[in-house]
Design a protein. Structure first.
Length: 393
């Protein structure tokens, strides 16, 4: 989901050709606009986040991001509590904090934490490049991203500014912020940009992140040891979405066909891959049909992944369960609704997600929080998130 990697600029490419039985949503039609609003809302709010005990969820009420509020609710729908303005909640492994972001007036985002019991939030860091953050396994640190502009010092492009992302960490107790990567060294003379997305932490205290270098070699999944700043490449390739196992030993990744070879195609398909940290290669689990792009993934490490993909049948984004060992797929979404931003529970038994559908009048869009069992149990409503007049009305 997708925090810093859902670009609104792709809407003009994705929306006109929505693969629903071969038909396309007309530019400016209610269906076209409804799908666009859904993508933008899910990009802004981020996926729900489970408490460590799997009994509650943090989620977002309202949209877009600058109108959003962080809230919590029990799996049964009881004990709903609204906490503070923000988006992209992430519950800490110890259960004592919920991290979130707020947009800053000058641009970028501020990373803060708030107690699940309520109270005043604590601002930890400003100037964040995206709404992506990951907790360390002991719950003491958060990793996030900042972007700086640097000049290329060598080669034909010497003196040209290049956008460079770097990994930062903040100690939650003290608020101390530290940069842990020095990716300017990746900026070769031909590089146009160096972008990252933090993905998780290993048990050894390394931050795992996707690095994408435009115009030069070096893209891949990396890990950096936060003490010494030692950088190592886990897998080479052009990757997008990443879900790391709780023990940091396995990883699910997405990319276009050929991503792992470093030569991805431009085909409108997505390759879902599985890799084991310490091994050199990843293997393909599934390749989506032509015209289907994966927008979000959440791995349940009972060997299953829930992925949000689209365009799907009926001009919708749909949720699909994928078996990691066999590659078997099962569509979970009912017809006539849009579902996205999946989050698998800590024990892998349930998936939380947002559902959006028009009410009977076809003039009101409702976005709600749902849960479903990973064994195929029926979806269950948990909480209301957002209501608004349907786009085009």
């Amino acid at each position: 989901m997708r925090g810093g990697w859902v670009w609104t600029g792709v809407l003009a490419v994705l929306l006109p050709t929505v693969a629903g039985g071969g038909r396309a949503a007309a530019m400016g039609s209610p269906e076209y606009l409804a799908l666009g609003y859904f993508i933008l809302r899910m990009a802004n709010v981020g996926a729900p986040s489970w408490s460590p005990d799997g009994e509650s969820m943090a989620f977002v009420v309202g949209s877009p991001a600058w109108e959003a509020t962080i809230a919590t609710v029990g799996v049964s729908g009881a004990n709903r509590r609204e906490l503070c303005p923000g988006t992209e909640p992430k519950w800490s492994p110890r259960g004592d904090w919920i991290a979130f972001f707020e947009a800053e007036r000058a641009g970028g985002y501020a990373l803060s934490v708030v107690s699940p019991e309520g109270g005043e939030p604590r601002r930890l860091a400003g100037g964040c490049a995206s709404t992506a953050s990951v907790w360390s396994q002991d719950g003491q640190y958060l990793a996030f991203e900042r972007v700086e502009s640097r000049e290329v010092e060598t080669g034909a492009a010497s003196g040209r500014p290049v956008s460079v992302g770097n990994v930062y960490i903040v100690e939650v107790r003290t608020g101390s912020v530290r940069r842990v990567t020095d990716l300017e060294s990746v900026c070769l003379a031909d590089a146009r940009s160096v972008t990252i997305r933090v993905a998780g932490w290993t048990a050894e205290g390394e931050v795992v992140f996707v690095l994408r270098v435009r115009g030069a070699p070096g893209s891949g999944l990396y890990a950096v040891e936060v003490g010494a700043g030692e950088l190592r490449r886990v897998f080479a390739g052009e990757f997008y979405l990443v879900s790391l196992s709780p023990d940091g030993t396995e990883v699910v990744l997405t990319g276009h066909p050929g991503a792992a070879s470093g030569e991805p195609t431009v085909a409108p398909q997505t390759e879902l891959m599985l890799g084991r940290v310490g091994e050199e290669a990843v293997r393909r689990v599934v390749l989506t049909p032509w015209g289907e792009e994966v927008r979000n993934i959440s791995a349940g490490w009972g060997r299953r992944v829930v992925m949000e993909s689209g365009p799907g049948a009926g001009d919708t984004y749909v949720l699909t369960r994928v078996e990691l060992d066999s590659g078997r797929r099962e569509v979970l979404t009912e017809a006539g609704v849009m579902e996205g931003a999946p989050a698998v529970s800590p024990d892998g038994s349930m998936a939380a997600y947002y559902r959006e559908a028009r009410e009977d009048s076809s003039e009101v869009v409702a976005t709600d929080l749902y849960v479903m069992g990973m064994e195929g149990e029926a979806a269950r409503f948990v909480a209301h998130c957002y209501h608004d007049a349907a786009p085009g009305k």
